[in-house]
Design a protein around this ligand. Structure first.
Ligand code: PNS
Length: 160
């Protein structure tokens, strides 16, 4: 069984992320969306809430799971018996960052491959941080994130 890990912060999940999840779920037997627990960085949403939001928007994808991890991604992948990291690429600057990360992960465990998927052009400018900024200043985030989670984002930014 080909298990792929789609790692990230997902704070919050965007339509760009969801598009990659849908496409990866057609290529691999199982996709585990894996949220990095970073105790140094306080996000907009708690890890549990991020898991809940991703589960909500992927409930119809039978071969998609959601989990979280702390520490090195390659260690988590060994636990999950996965050898493939999925990453979305939007821009050349993404490439530079992701290229280094892919090489580091491969150095840590040479049996691990990173597979890049080009972001859908529709979402190539969308990031979790820009969504948060727009929402924080009262702009519309429609079309940028799954519509079921818009109320959660609005509520959370209004509490900050
Ligand atoms: O959505 P993000 O914040 O760009 O995701 C980054 C993430 C979580 C994929 C990356 O920071 C990561 O894998 N962190 C785990 C620590 C690790 O394994 N580092 C070694 C590779 S540089």
């Amino acid at each position: 069984m080909k298990v792929a890990i789609y790692p990230g912060s997902f704070d919050p999940i965007t339509n760009g992320h969801l598009d990659i999840i849908h496409r990866a779920s057609k290529v691999f037997d199982k996709v585990i969306v894996s949220i990095l627990v970073n105790p140094e960085k306080k996000g907009l949403f708690s890890i549990d809430k991020r898991v809940e939001l991703i589960k909500k928007v992927t409930k119809d994808c039978e071969n998609v799971e959601v989990d979280s991890f702390q520490g090195l991604l390659v260690n988590f992948m060994n636990k999950k018996e996965s050898k493939v990291i999925i990453k979305g690429l939007r821009t050349v600057s993404d490439f530079e960052y992701e290229f280094k990360m892919a090489l580091m992960n491969n150095k840590l465990d040479s049996s691990i491959e990173t597979v890049f998927m080009m972001a859908n052009a529709k979402y190539s400018y969308v990031s979790s941080s820009s969504v948060k900024e727009v929402a924080m200043f009262g702009g519309s985030i429609e079309g940028l994130v799954p519509k079921e989670i818009i109320p959660d984002i609005k509520k959370q930014v209004s509490n900050k």
